[in-house]
Design a protein. Structure first.
Length: 384
């Protein structure tokens, strides 16, 4: 079985489960993003901090030249601490609290992505009271469904996110009039783990027609933020360690008609960090059932909840064995029947003490870890 290369000899003294981060792969990924966008100065790439806010990764990403896309006051703080410049931080979220809005104003972030007329009024009030003008973009719901899991599709009309597109002109006029805000542009996001570039073409076409509408109505457009969503290969992390950024950026270059003097902002999360992370877990027991066998491991849904929450597939490799392949259900110790990493996994023969790598876990893994069952939060090992 094709496996990733892991410095297993260094894992001996580490307490499992832990996150293994390949920082060289992360740098290679950042370098690819840079090389795909350096010739297009109007493309500004932000990293969606929600995918993984580990400070070591954040510092690499800031040093790699990306801006930050934050969804809470905590993420804004983490981004600034990691070295992102406030002028490169955008802030989205359907429920920004007053304290978070004030923190963002104080920090001097570059953009509030506003999700409702009600929020726009509050931001204006708070900013005006502080003698400031908050830079705002309006998050418009483009009513486009990406072909991905229903829990991670965000651009459909019935989602909680964004301003309905029928209300766009009214809210934009409001933004132009309110004293505490300065209108800067439009924001969109259609979903996550998108591999079909036609979904992004559909987004571009929708944005182009909205821009035409606004222009006809004599309204300004400003910058366009197209959100994130580029997917990764969960099936073949060894063959496709770096996502297809070339096709992704090329799609927007070809299909988005940019008004003169404006920029396109991207908010990529998963595609930046997924492949550089693996959850390393130890086999505790091989348990024989009546019709199948289980590899019971010490990692669980509290370190990586994606399989339990979305039925997401993560490839698993046995790093300690070259024995013949056998079929196992790989399960964790948490008292939930959904605490299963993978059913019918093909693994080299497992024995107690073997180390398993659960791959492509750098995005929405550590960031979504919990302390359920009073389990400790996972630690991390960095391959520099
Ligand atoms: N921008 C906005 C407004 C978003 O809502 C998201 C993700 C992103 C950017 C980054 O999207 P990405 O490039 O990572 O696809 N926990 C789920 C994914 C939730 C995504 C939420 N929004 C998972 O584990 O699959």
């Amino acid at each position: 079985m094709l496996k990733g290369s892991f410095p297993v000899e260094k894992f001996g003294g580490l307490r499992t489960p832990f996150y293994y981060y390949d920082l060289r792969l992360l740098r290679r990924t950042l370098e690819t993003i840079r090389s795909c966008t350096e010739a297009i100065p109007e493309f500004k790439v932000h990293y969606a901090v929600k995918a993984n806010a580990n400070p070591v990764l954040l510092a690499e990403i800031a040093a790699g030249g990306l801006g930050a896309d934050c969804v809470s006051g905590g993420e804004i703080r983490a981004a600034v601490e990691a070295g992102f410049r406030p002028g490169d931080i955008v802030y989205a979220g359907v429920g920004k609290s007053d304290a978070e809005i004030l923190l963002a104003l104080e920090t001097g972030i570059s953009r509030f992505n506003v999700e409702s007329a009600a929020e726009l009024e509050v931001i204006s009030e708070l900013a005006a009271a502080a003698g400031k003008k908050a830079p705002v973009s309006l998050r418009i719901n483009p009513d486009i469904g990406a072909h991905t899991h229903s829990n991670i599709t965000t651009g459909l009309a019935e989602n909680k996110f964004g301003i309905n597109y029928e209300q766009m002109e009214d809210v934009l006029r409001m933004a132009l009039e309110l004293p505490g805000v300065e209108y800067k542009g439009l924001h969109f996001h259609i979903g996550s783990q998108i591999l079909d570039m036609m979904d992004f073409v559909a987004l571009c076409n929708r944005v182009n027609s909205l821009v035409d509408e606004l222009t006809r109505a004599g309204l300004p457009v400003g910058d366009i933020n197209v959100g994130g969503g580029l997917g990764v290969s969960y099936e073949h992390p060894n063959l496709l360690p770096v996502p297809d950024f070339k096709s992704y950026f090329e799609t927007f270059r070809r299909h988005l008609r940019l008004p003169a003097g404006t920029c396109v902002h991207f908010e990529l999360g998963r595609s930046v960090v997924a492949q550089c992370g693996s959850l390393i877990s130890r086999v505790l027991y091989v348990k024989q059932g009546t019709t199948k066998q289980f590899a019971v491991v010490d990692g669980s849904m509290t370190e990586l909840i994606r399989p339990a929450l979305y039925k997401a597939y993560h490839r698993i490799e046995n790093l300690s064995s070259e024995g013949p392949e056998e079929i196992y259900d790989v399960v964790g110790p948490v008292c939930e029947s959904s605490d299963v990493f993978l059913k019918a996994a093909h693994l080299n023969k497992c024995s107690r003490g073997d180390l398993l790598a659960i791959r492509s876990a750098g995005a929405y893994g550590e960031a979504m870890a919990s302390r359920y069952n009073c389990r400790p939060l996972p630690e991390a090992y960095y391959d520099r």
